[in-house]
Design a protein. Sequence first.
Length: 89
Amino acid sequence: MKIGKLDRRHNGYGYFMYGATFTRSEYVKFCEIRDWCWDQWGRSCEKEFWHGIPNKNPAWCWINDMSGKRIKLLFGTAKEFEWFILRWK
């Protein structure tokens, strides 16, 4: 898992500040952490659907690129990211 601040190169920049990227072999960890995020901040959805959802959750969402290149969690602010780091890093 790689973690860090998002910049203009990242999908979600402008809406989310931080991200955690997982390899395909880390899918079990991704699912476990995604469930934890759901418990902490409530329901969310994939980034590709996030814009069209009314009352969307600004705290977090995820990317699951079916081409196999990206599995990522996105965090809205430093508050969510720091909570994630305290638990999972």
